[in-house]
Design a binder for this molecule. Structure first.
Ligand code: PGA
Length: 267
């Protein structure tokens, strides 16, 4: 069984100096972690600082977006090749904020996923429904459409490389977390669709992360769900102690006892 992936998405927060300060604290807090993989996705401008700050640690660095082309006249964009050569291993694709504010479609998600794989990066492809879709009973339909449109045309080998993140949009940055059952049911829907397209063994091995208001105090019940193979954390990944507590979800009591000094500072 693959280890869970505990990922942080910093969105448009932190300068290079703030990035440096984050890792000065965070690396020590997670130095002994073996039960999961740790990934942080800072803004593009911070990637080099983050990679340098995590050399010879158990923390991996990923980007938040890429342009699907090797190079060219695309002002303001960065390619998978650039991200890879900066020392990153993952890239987020199709985050709901990219879909909503930058009009990314499932077709863009497909192109970007292929470009990431060709550059040797692991894509973390985000899917999820808005509140009206959930309330209108359309969650399954939306997830299936996003899955088919974004990932359905990949080859089996390509599919085996990626991670999917289920992020219900109504839970992102709102403080409303999906209940463990809602999250697990949505993961099961995605896995069922993956089995239809790529076969049951590929679907079983697919890592599906949950994202949307994950915090130190709810990560334990989410991770207790068999369907949840990790988390994608926005707001609570910005503070080193908060994200370290999330990473240490299995023994947070022991972890808290051993970090009394830093815990006091976080309050
Ligand atoms: P949040 O963000 O944890 O702040 O809700 C999650 C995400 O957008 O990836």
């Amino acid at each position: 069984m693959t280890r869970p992936l505990m990922a942080g998405n910093w969105k448009m927060y932190k300068t290079p100096t703030e990035t440096q300060h984050f890792f000065e604290k965070f690396n020590a807090l997670v130095a002994d972690v073996r039960h999961c993989e740790i990934l942080i996705c800072p803004p593009a401008l911070d990637l080099t600082t983050a990679v340098e700050a995590t050399i010879q640690t158990n923390v991996a660095i990923g980007a938040q977006n890429l342009y699907p082309g090797k190079e060219g006249a695309f002002t303001g964009e960065i390619s998978g090749r650039m991200i890879k050569s900066a020392g990153c291993c993952h890239v987020l694709i199709g985050h709901s904020e990219r879909r909503r504010y930058f009009h990314e479609t499932d077709a863009n998600v497909f192109e970007k996923t292929v470009a990431a794989l060709e550059a040797g990066l692991t894509p973390v492809v985000c899917v999820g429904e808005v509140l009206e879709e959930r309330e209108g009973g359309k969650t399954e339909e939306v997830l299936v459409r996003q899955f088919r449109g974004g990932l359905g045309e990949l080859t089996a080998d390509q599919f085996a490389e990626l991670v999917v993140a289920y992020e219900p949009i109504w839970a992102i940055g709102t403080g409303k977390t999906a209940t463990p059952k809602i999250a697990a049911d949505a993961h099961a829907t995605i896995r069922k669709e993956a089995a239809k397209v790529f076969g049951s063994s590929a679907a079983k091995s697919l890592r599906i992360l949950y994202g949307g208001s994950v915090k130190p105090d709810n990560v334990g019940i989410l991770m207790a769900q068999e369907e949840i193979n990790g988390v994608l954390v926005g707001g609570a990944s910005l503070d080193p102690l908060s994200f370290a507590k999330i990473v240490n979800y299995r023994n947070s009591d022991r972890f808290l006892e051993t970090q009394p000094h830093q815990l006091m500072h976080s309050r």
